[in-house]
Design a protein around this ligand. Structure first.
Ligand SMILES: C[S@@+](CC[C@H](N)C(=O)[O-])C[C@H]1O[C@@H](n2cnc3c(N)ncnc32)[C@H](O)[C@@H]1O
Length: 297
């Protein structure tokens, strides 16, 4: 049993990834936006159990390869286990991306929900750029928490009762100042890619809106409900005094901390598998092209 946080989050990762993208949108990106028409070699930074590989490889030209790097021993073992039952060419490397040397030999460097956990994400982006050959791409799928928090509709309840957008913005900004990591990093990535010299930089928003539709079959409702819960929706906030104190320590006023706690508590009490709810993650998908010095193209 590993002590590493992400090794103990495999179930969370597995249950929540289906909330993110519709396959047809990813196919659209591959075929129409990125125009991957010949086999490519991909490297996935912070690959987890290989979510992006599982999604993208079946859509990519046959012969494409996928290399995943992750710090989690159990995550890497799980990825190997999953892919050994497929015909895809894959390789998984366990290690710390911060200290690891990654060779420049890939066509595409990707990451998913990874840079937001990095204290110096720009350094990691540089490493991604340095792993890609001339004319290759860097593609980052990263969240923008404040926008996913504004993308709820919970039938029968005012959004402001359960999500305090103003307070959240302040909390996220304070967290960033304290920890150097940002759940809103997704919206910053295109700026960094362009500043670091990538060309043709663009950014898209993920397409999927999850709909907890009470007219679906019971099993579908249950599955989506569990995934939404796992994602953190309507989570029980814990001990009132402790949480309020920790919110005050993060920079909220007493009133704001109480309001935030009450909102989370209301959400946790109201949200159940009989709720009607829509929710969208609004991941930001930023990408650009690497052009090495002296490139003739
Ligand atoms: C939110 S998870 C995302 C996993 C996967 N990309 C996905 O979306 O399912 C973040 C991942 O980054 C990995 N990670 C964090 N810091 C790392 C580091 N320094 N080196 C390698 N992997 C790291 C974690 O182990 C974890 O698997």
């Amino acid at each position: 049993m590993s002590d590493y946080f992400w090794d103990n989050q495999i179930e969370y990762l597995r249950k929540t990834r289906e909330l993110y993208y519709n396959d047809d949108y990813l196919e659209f990106l591959i075929d129409r936006v990125w125009k991957f028409t010949t086999p490519i070699n991909i490297i996935d930074f912070g690959c987890g159990y290989g979510f992006l590989g599982l999604k993208l490889l079946p859509m990519l030209p046959a012969g494409s390869t996928y290399t995943g790097i992750d710090l989690g021993i159990e995550l890497i073992n799980r990825a190997k286990e999953i892919f050994q039952h497929t015909s895809f060419q894959t390789q998984f490397i366990q290690g710390d991306i911060g200290t690891m040397h990654v060779e420049r030999k890939y066509d595409v460097a990707i990451c998913h929900a990874f840079l937001l956990h990095m204290v110096e994400p720009e350094k990691t982006i540089k490493k991604m750029i340095n792993s890609v050959c001339d004319q290759g791409k860097v593609i980052c799928f990263e969240p923008h928490w404040i926008s996913n928090m504004s993308n709820y509709f919970f039938d029968g309840i005012d959004q402001s009762q359960i999500i305090k957008l103003g307070i959240l913005q302040k909390l996220y900004e304070e967290d960033f100042k304290r920890l150097g990591k940002s759940g809103n990093f997704g919206m910053q990535v295109p700026v960094i890619l362009s500043k670091l010299g990538l060309t043709d930089v663009e950014c898209r928003i993920s397409d999927k809106v999850n709909f907890l539709d009470q007219n679906m079959q019971t099993t579908q409702i249950e599955q989506l409900y569990l995934s939404l819960r796992e994602e953190g929706l309507g989570q029980q906030p814990g001990d009132r005094n402790e949480i309020i104190q920790s919110l005050i320590n993060k920079g909220l006023t007493d009133d704001e901390a109480c309001a935030q706690y009450d909102a989370e508590l209301t959400f946790s009490k109201e949200f159940g598998n009989q709720s009607w709810l829509t929710y969208s993650l609004n991941m930001k998908i930023s990408f650009g092209t690497v052009r090495l010095e002296g490139s003739s193209k």
